[in-house]
Design a binder for this molecule. Structure first.
Ligand code: C5P
Length: 228
């Protein structure tokens, strides 16, 4: 069977990564979490003190881009994906609300995208890959054989994200905090100049607001079998 590239784009916290990992595990593909890469650059900027409040010293980040090494490892047996920043596993740290609150600012910077996009293209060059993000079907892999655009209502997405945070022991974040973050990220991601979040013309749209995870998985698997 020929190997293909599957691009899964869509709004924040709509379950793209769960769907993408499930599919990759099922069909023996690699999974690449491009959002985690922007999150890792954000974590690096926080660790290096490039932020004062929400203000970023862009110049400091720009001159450090060469020293940031981001790698990913997907375990196709367990379906777990890990992200490494200069060799350190940062998978948990990049999911914090602090990182979520700053990542869209970082991801809107053209020099950050110009570093991440070629890296993502390289990661998928052997095909047999499920990649999730915002601009995969439009910029990173415009020729992807299967493109999915996922959406769900902001309230449903915020509740899902809150449930995830709580499951990881976050007792501070409230529904309102998370909803605000989801809406802010949608706004910044959709209106930026470089690689904005938008549906590719040839993408299949999935509104998963009222779908269970097994239903989404089944739907995605059917789309894969239709093209592969
Ligand atoms: O997918 P996730 O929510 O982890 O992505 C975090 C952030 O990274 C998004 O809100 C967006 O600002 C940015 N992102 C992006 N392009 C991608 C993937 C993520 O700009 N391909």
């Amino acid at each position: 069977m020929k190997k293909i590239v599957i691009a899964i784009d869509g709004f924040s916290s709509c379950g793209k990564s769960t769907m993408a990992k499930d599919l990759a595990k099922e069909i023996g593909y690699t999974y690449i979490d491009t959002g985690a890469m922007y999150r890792a650059v954000t974590l690096y900027s926080i660790q290096q003190g490039f932020f004062s409040g929400n203000r970023l010293d862009e110049e400091k980040l720009r001159t450090s881009m060469d020293t940031i090494r981001i790698t990913q490892r997907f375990n196709s047996e367990t379906g777990r994906s890990d992200t490494f920043l200069n060799g350190v596993n940062v998978e948990n740290e990049i999911r914090s609300m602090e990182v979520a609150g700053k990542v869209s600012l970082i991801a809107a910077l053209p020099f950050v995208r110009h570093a991440m996009v070629p890296l993502q293209q390289k990661m998928g060059e052997e095909k047999g890959v499920v990649m999730d993000g915002r601009d995969i079907g439009t910029v990173v892999y415009p020729d992807a054989e299967l493109k999915i655009f996922v959406t769900a209502s902001p309230e449903i997405r915020a509740q899902r994200r809150l449930d995830e945070l709580k499951a990881k022991g976050d007792t501070k974040s409230t529904f309102e905090d998370v909803l605000l973050n989801v809406k802010e990220r949608d706004e910044i991601d959709s209106t930026r100049k470089e690689g904005p979040l938008r549906q590719a013309e040839d993408a299949l749209v999935l509104d998963n607001s009222y779908m269970t995870i097994p239903e989404q998985k089944l739907w995605l698997l059917q789309q894969f079998h239709n093209v592969a």
